[in-house]
Design a protein around this ligand. Structure first.
Ligand code: SF4
Length: 359
C-alpha cells in the first residue's frame, strides 16, 4: 500500500492513461460494496464511466441519503454536492472528492456572512414574514442558515415544490443564490414580475418594489447565463423544426423563448421520450449534451450555443485525480475528505430533509 501523499502522487503521475483506468477498476473491485461512486451528469465521459450511480443534484442527494452500506462515498462533481452527501450520510461514512478545489462559481456568489446581513435588513423591514430558500448550489453554512430560520434547500427539480410550500404559508421568499432559477420558479408559481425584488449582494441593498413577495439574490451560473434568446433565434433559423429545451438557470427571457425548460433530469427525459427523428437544441452543460447525442443516435441533439464553454469546476475532476483519491482512502489519507462540522451539518440536514419530504 502507498503511504505518503508524495508516494501516491508519484505513482499516479507515472501511470499511462490506460493504466490509470485499469487501476481504478482494480480498486473498485477490491473495495466492493464498501465504495460508492456518485457521478453528476455534467462530468466528462472519461470520468462518468466509473460512477456506480449517476444523476442530477436532487437524485444524487437522495441516493446519498439512502446509501446505508458504503463506508466510502466518492463524489464526481463539485464541492457543494460532496458536502450535501456528507450531511445526509451517517457519521461512520466518509465522503471524498477527487479535487477539493472543484467549487461552483454560482455558490461562491453567496457567502454566509452576506446572507446574514441581508437577513437582518429583511427582518427589520418584514419581521417574521420571510422564508429563506437556498438552491442546493450553496455552501453548507447557507443551508444551515435556512434550516435554522424555518427555510429549506431546493434543487432545480424541487424548486417548484419549495416555492409552493413557502407561498402557501403566505410568506415572502428570499431565494439564494441563483437569481434566474428564482425568477423562473416564481414566474411559474404565478408571481407577477412587479412583485419580485433583487438583493444586490455587492451593494447590500434591496432593489425593486417596496413590498415584494419574492426577493432574489443576484447570483448566476456563468455557464447557463450564456444561453440567450439570440441563441434560440439563431438555432431556429439554422434548424427549422428544432425543439429547444433549456435549464432554468438560464435567464427568464431565454426560458420564455424556449419550448421546454426544466432540471437536468427533465431535459434527459424530454430527449429520451421524444420520437425518433426529433431535433433538439439543448441549453445546458456541454458534457451532458454530447452524451445525450451519443446515446440517442436516432435523434439529432445539438448544443443551443456551441460557443458556450464547459463548467470549469466540473472539468477539474479527472481519472488521474480520482485514482489519487482512491489510493489515498485506502491508505487512510484525509486530503480528499469533505467533512461538514456537526453543528452546521445538523441545521443543514433540517433544510435538506424539508426538501426531500416535500417532493
Ligand atoms: S455548471 Fe454552473 S451551477 Fe453547475 S457547478 Fe458549474 S458554475 Fe456551478
Amino acid at each position: 500500500m502507498l503511504g505518503t501523499e508524495k508516494e501516491i502522487n508519484r505513482f499516479c503521475l507515472e501511470l499511462s492513461e490506460q493504466d490509470v483506468v485499469q487501476r481504478i477498476y482494480e480498486l473498485k473491485a477490491q473495495l466492493g460494496s464498501r465504495l460508492l461512486i456518485l457521478g453528476h451528469h455534467y462530468q466528462q465521459d472519461q470520468v462518468i464511466q466509473f460512477a456506480d450511480l449517476t444523476g442530477d443534484s436532487f437524485l444524487l442527494s437522495r441516493q446519498a441519503a439512502e446509501c446505508k452500506d458504503a463506508q466510502y462515498i466518492v463524489f464526481l462533481g463539485v464541492n457543494f454536492m460532496a458536502e450535501t452527501a456528507d450531511i445526509l450520510t451517517s457519521l461512520w461514512q466518509k465522503v471524498f472528492i477527487p479535487d477539493i478545489n472543484a467549487g461552483c462559481i454560482m455558490a461562491d456568489m453567496a457567502e454566509a456572512c452576506q446572507v446574514r446581513r441581508c437577513w437582518e435588513v429583511l427582518q427589520r423591514s418584514f419581521p417574521g414574514e420571510v422564508i429563506p430558500i437556498t438552491y442546493v448550489n450553496s455552501s453548507a453554512e447557507i443551508k444551515a442558515f435556512c434550516g435554522e430560520n424555518g427555510g429549506l434547500t431546493c434543487t432545480s427539480s424541487s424548486a417548484d415544490g419549495a416555492f409552493h410550500w413557502a407561498l402557501e404559508q403566505d410568506m415572502k421568499v428570499l431565494f439564494v443564490p441563483d437569481e434566474h432559477l428564482g425568477r423562473n420558479t416564481a414566474f411559474k408559481a404565478g408571481i407577477d414580475p412587479e412583485e419580485m425584488a433583487v438583493w444586490d449582494r455587492q451593494r447590500n441593498r434591496l432593489v425593486g418594489p417596496e413590498n415584494p413577495r419574492v426577493i432574489l439574490w443576484n447570483g448566476y451560473c456563468p455557464v447557463h447565463q450564456e444561453f440567450s434568446p439570440d441563441s434560440i433565434s439563431a438555432v431556429r433559423k439554422k434548424h427549422p423544426g428544432v425543439r429547444v429545451v433549456v435549464h432554468p438557470e438560464c435567464s427568464c427571457e431565454t426560458v420564455q423563448a424556449a419550448d421546454e425548460a426544466g432540471s437536468t433530469e427533465y431535459i434527459i427525459d424530454c430527449v429520451r421520450t421524444s420520437p425518433a427523428g426529433s431535433v433538439w437544441a439543448v441549453g445546458t452543460e456541454i458534457n451532458l449534451v454530447q452524451r445525450l447525442s451519443l446515446e440517442h443516435g436516432d435523434k439529432k441533439i445539438i448544443s443551443l450555443d456551441e460557443t458556450v464553454k464547459p463548467c470549469p469546476d466540473m472539468l477539474k475532476i479527472s481519472p488521474r485525480n480520482l485514482l489519487r483519491c482512491l489510493e489515498g482512502l485506502l491508505g487512510d489519507r484525509t486530503e480528499n475528505i469533505v467533512a461538514v462540522d456537526s453543528k452546521t451539518a445538523g441545521w443543514a440536514r433540517v433544510a435538506l430533509q424539508r426538501m426531500l419530504s416535500i417532493r
